[in-house]
Design a protein around this ligand. Structure first.
Ligand code: ZN
Length: 382
């Protein structure tokens, strides 16, 4: 593999910000999504990402500068690439953050990327946010902006917490190890215990002149907008996990994850039963008896629904594969239309006469309006 710096096209003295910028620019060109059929681009992308993973981490970069690739690869304490990018989050997920990511302009990697060892700065908290989406968005999926306030790496000091022109210095108390040993004499002999250094909080470094923007914390709470890919077929109450898009850790600690809870607003005509979409239509007794064609407003658009003569109340029409796309697996559920037959309550004299003629023709007994059998029964019970 070629020199990491030349892969990214930066000097060996490049700042973290320059490296990040160079990586974003180049990654965009060779990203597999942009070059679906180019295996060479995929390979370049992998190398580029590996170079960035190393050079964006201060410790890895220092090892690389000193020992070359041998210092950061292989078994000898090298870059654990998966781990650098969070628990199984995968590159795709990161690229959502780069390219799908909306306005905020924050740094999805936090300070310099990568979780540090036990003595490094702690990872930021996981964050949660609830987002309301429309029924249609839940069915077909969408890109949904998510606004939140979250601690992000301070741009002024790039997460180090050190004031302009200064650098964190090695902690004198623990000599940079982040741990202090305490030796006590007890009846059982010498007891040795180690605990995080109280002076540097286990970081191994202290900031002598705190950054003015973040007061030395290395992060500031700012507004952020992420664009979240809502997959087609999600149900109300689903939670999406966005790795490394939570709060940045203090003093350059990697970011936590972001959990997005989805609330699906109900639809006024459709509801879901598993992957089926269900709605009802109301037709008149004449339409039920003689048949009709309805214009049905489906979520995919207007559809003609042929109601055959003699359709009964509660009859169900099934439109195969017109339901909700299956979140896991292929195809869609069905669209089910349940028929309701409405009996008219307000009849004009002519209409009543027609119905009476109809009933008499079939030998059915019907009452006079207001004095019929039904009214008599009703009055007997009232
Ligand atoms: Zn700062």
């Amino acid at each position: 593999m070629a020199d990491y710096y030349s892969l990214l096209g930066v000097d060996r003295s490049a700042s973290a910000e320059e490296i990040k910028r160079a990586y974003r620019k180049r990654a965009r060109d060779v990203h597999p999504d942009a070059n679906p059929d180019d295996p060479e681009a995929a390979e370049q992308f992998k190398e580029l990402s590996k170079a960035y993973a190393v050079l964006s981490d201060d410790q890895q970069r220092a090892r690389y500068d000193q020992f070359g690739e041998a210092g950061v690869g292989g078994a000898a304490g090298g870059a654990n690439f998966e781990d650098l990018f969070g628990n199984g989050g995968g590159l795709g997920d990161i690229f959502d953050a780069f390219f799908g990511g909306g306005g905020g302009g924050g740094n999805p990697f936090g300070g310099g990327g990568g979780r540090r060892g036990p003595s490094g700065p702690p990872r930021g908290q996981d964050m949660e946010v609830a987002v309301a989406i429309t029924f249609e968005q839940s069915v077909f999926g969408d890109q949904v902006p998510v606004d939140l306030k979250l601690p992000q790496t301070c741009d002024t000091c790039d997460g180090s917490g050190a004031g302009e022109g200064t650098k964190p210095v090695t902690c004198s108390e623990c000599s940079g190890s982040g741990q202090v040993r305490r030796v006590r004499q007890s009846v059982l002999g010498q007891m040795v215990s180690t605990s995080p250094c109280p002076r540097c909080g286990g970081l191994g470094e202290v900031v002598t002149t705190p950054c003015e923007s973040c007061r030395g914390e290395g992060r500031v709470t700012t507004d952020k907008t992420y664009t979240v890919d809502v997959p087609a077929g999600v149900v109300d109450g689903s939670t999406l996990r966005l790795t490394r898009r939570g709060a940045a850790g203090p003093r350059g600690g990697g970011p936590g994850d972001l959990y997005v809870h989805l609330r699906v607003r109900p639809h006024d005509r459709y509801h879901r039963e598993d992957d089926d979409l269900v709605t009802d239509v109301t037709i008149s007794i004449a339409q039920a008896a003689l048949g009709t064609t309805l214009e049905l407003e489906t979520l995919d658009g207007v559809e003609s629904l042929v109601v055959p003569a003699g359709t009964q109340p509660s009859h169900q029409f099934v439109l195969k594969n017109r339901g909700v796309p299956r979140l896991q697996g292929r195809g869609r559920g069905d669209l089910r239309v349940i028929v309701d037959v409405e009996v008219p309550t307000q009849l004009s004299t002519e209409e009543a006469e027609l119905l009476r003629t109809f009933a008499e023709g079939r030998g059915e007994s019907v009452g006079e309006a207001g004095t019929g059998l039904f009214s008599k029964i009703k009055s007997a019970f009232s």
